[in-house]
Design a protein around this ligand. Structure first.
Ligand code: UDP
Ligand code: MN
Length: 465
C-alpha cells in the first residue's frame, strides 16, 4: 500500500465499527479474491443486492482498505515520474449507493494517491434518499480525513452529468478526476495520469478499467482497450488502434475516440474552456461520447493509460431510474444535433426514429452549437477519418423507412434472425420495435466488457444501401 494515513489507529477502527464497517488490508475479499457469505448471511444479502445492483451486504464484510491486485503491465512498474506533478481533486458522484461502497472508494483513493498530489476529495450527493448518506457519511469522512473531504449536496436530482459539473465547481486542484462512487484504485494509478496532463494540458486521460464483480467483489482484469460506441451512442470497449499494437509496448497510452465515463481525469481549467459536459443532458448517457468527440475536434485528445488502473463495479441494475434508454436516446440526439453534421442521421436511424420531427424534446442546443463555433472545432468527418475510422458508415443509404407488401398490406420487409442475415416478412410495426426492445438490463452492460451492446437488434426498420 502506498500511503495509509495513519492517525490513531484504534480511534479510526472504532469510527468505522460504529457504522458496522471494517478497516485494514486483510479479511474477506483481500487481494481482490472473491468474497463469500454464509448461507444465513446470503438470505439477508438478497434484498439489498436487488436494490443496489451489487452485493452491498457482502461489501460491508469487506475491509474499506482491502488490497487488490496490481494488474499493470510489467513495464509500468519501472517507469519513473517527476516529483513535481499537478495536484488532483478527486470527485465522486453518487445517488443511493451503499455507504460501504462509497467509503471504500474514498479510502482507496486516499490509500493509493500520494499525499502531496491529493488536493481534496469531493463527494457529490445527487439528492440521495438514504439517511445513512446524510449525517453518518458526512461525520465519518470529516473525522476520518479532517480537512480533506468536501461534501456537496444537490437540492434536487440532477443526473450524473450535472452532478459531475457541480463537483467540478467545488474543486480547487489543478487537475480534476471524475469517478463513479463504486471504484477501487491501485498503487501508482495517479502518477502516470498527472504526468501526461503535465506534459500537455489538453489531454483527457482515462485510467484503464478493471471489473469488480457485483456478486463477489472479485477484481477481474480487463484487456487493454480503447472506448468506442455504436451509432446509438452506447459505449463499449474496442480494440486499441493498429499503431498501438504495432509499437509492441503495452504500457503506452491508447488513443481512444470516446470514454466509458466512470473514470476520467482532466486539467480543471481546460475542462472549463471546452465547455465541461453538456449541462442540457439529463440523468445518464451521451456525455461520455460528447466529451470524446468534442475534445478531439476542439484541439485536445483522449487516451487510456494501461499503467493507471481503477476497478469499477459493473452493476446488474441501476438503483435510480428504470428508463435509462429514454435518457440515453435524448442525450444522444443532442450530441448528434451539435456535433455530427451530415452524420447525425446515423443516430436517428440507429434509434429507429424518423429523421424529421422524432417526437422527442431534446431541449435547447443553441449554446452548445455556439460553443462549437467559438472553439473553432473541426468537423465530424475529420473525427471519423482520423480518430474513429473503425466506425461503420452508411453513406450510400438510398432509402430509410418501411417497405410494405402491396398485396398483403400488413406485412413489411424486416430484419430476420441475426445469425443468417436474411430479411423476412414481418407484421409492420411503424416506428416501434420489432420484437421487444432491448431491455435496460442488457443496455446496462454497455459500459461492460467487449461491446455486447452494439447495434444488433436495433435496426428494425429497413436500411437500403
Ligand atoms: N449517478 C448520479 N445521478 C444520477 C445517476 C447516477 O449521481 O441521476 C451516479 C451514480 O451513483 C454513479 C455514477 O453516477 O456513481 C454513474 O452511474 P452508474 O454507475 O449507474 O453507471 P454505469 O457505471 O453503470 O454506467
Ligand atoms: Mn458505475
Amino acid at each position: 500500500m502506498s500511503n495509509i494515513r495513519r492517525g490513531s489507529g484504534q480511534t479510526f477502527k472504532r469510527l468505522s465499527k460504529s457504522l458496522g464497517l471494517i478497516e485494514g488490508y486483510g479479511g474477506r475479499g483481500k487481494g481482490g479474491l472473491p468474497a463469500t457469505l454464509s448461507p444465513a448471511e446470503e438470505e439477508k444479502a438478497k434484498g439489498p443486492h436487488e436494490k443496489y445492483g451489487y452485493n452491498s451486504y457482502l461489501s460491508e464484510k469487506i475491509s474499506l482498505d482491502r488490497s487488490i491486485p496490481d494488474y499493470r503491465p510489467t513495464k509500468c512498474k519501472e517507469l519513473k515520474y517527476a516529483k513535481e506533478l499537478p495536484q488532483i481533486s478527486i470527485i465522486f458522484i453518487f445517488v443511493n449507493e451503499a455507504l460501504s461502497v462509497i467509503l471504500r472508494s474514498v479510502h482507496s483513493a486516499v490509500n493509493h494517491t500520494p499525499t502531496h498530489l491529493l488536493k481534496e476529495i469531493i463527494l457529490v450527493d445527487d439528492n440521495s434518499d438514504e439517511e445513512e448518506l446524510k449525517a453518518p457519511l458526512e461525520e465519518y469522512v470529516h473525522k476520518r480525513y479532517p480537512g480533506l473531504v468536501k461534501v456537496v449536496r444537490n437540492q434536487k436530482r440532477e443526473g450524473l452529468i450535472r452532478a459531475r459539473i457541480e463537483g467540478w465547481k467545488a474543486a480547487t486542484g489543478q487537475v480534476t478526476g471524475f469517478f463513479d462512487a463504486h471504484v477501487e484504485f491501485t498503487a501508482g494509478w495517479a502518477e502516470p495520469v498527472l504526468s501526461r496532463i503535465q506534459e500537455n494540458r489538453k489531454r483527457v486521460i482515462l485510467p484503464s478499467i478493471d471489473n469488480i464483480k457485483q456478486d463477489t467483489f472479485e477484481v477481474q482484469r480487463y484487456e487493454n482497450s480503447a472506448h468506442g460506441y455504436s451509432w446509438e451512442l452506447w459505449c463499449m470497449y474496442i480494440s486499441p488502434p493498429k499503431d498501438w499494437w504495432d509499437a509492441g509496448d503495452p504500457s503506452l497510452p491508447i488513443r481512444t475516440p470516446a470514454m466509458i465515463g466512470c473514470s476520467f481525469v482532466v486539467n480543471r481549467k481546460f475542462f472549463g474552456e471546452i465547455g465541461l459536459l453538456d449541462p442540457g443532458m439529463d440523468v445518464y448517457g451521451g456525455e461520455n461520447i460528447e466529451l470524446g468527440i468534442k475534445v478531439w475536434l476542439c484541439g485536445g485528445s483522449m487516451e487510456v493509460l494501461p499503467c493507471s488502473r481503477v476497478a469499477h463495479i459493473e452493476r446488474k441494475k441501476k438503483p435510480y431510474n428504470s428508463n435509462i434508454g429514454f435518457y440515453t436516446k435524448r442525450n444522444a440526439l443532442r450530441v448528434a444535433e451539435v456535433w455530427m453534421d451530415d452524420y447525425k442521421s446515423h443516430v436517428y436511424i440507429a434509434w429507429n426514429l424518423p429523421l424529421e420531427n422524432p417526437g422527442i424534446d431534446i431541449g435547447d442546443v443553441s449554446e452548445r452549437r455556439a460553443l462549437r463555433r467559438s472553439l473553432k472545432c473541426k468537423n465530424f468527418q475529420w473525427y471519423l477519418d482520423h480518430v474513429y475510422p473503425e466506425m461503420r458508415r452508411y453513406n450510400n443509404t438510398i432509402a430509410y423507412g418501411e417497405l410494405r407488401n402491396n398485396k398483403a398490406k400488413d406485412v413489411c420487409l424486416d430484419q430476420g434472425p441475426l445469425e443468417n442475415h436474411t430479411a423476412i416478412l414481418y407484421p409492420c410495426h411503424g416506428w416501434g420495435p420489432q420484437v421487444g426492445a432491448i431491455s435496460d438490463q442488457e443496455r446496462s452492460k454497455c459500459r461492460g466488457p467487449q461491446g455486447i451492446c452494439g447495434t444488433s437488434g436495433t435496426f428494425h426498420r429497413l436500411l437500403l444501401g
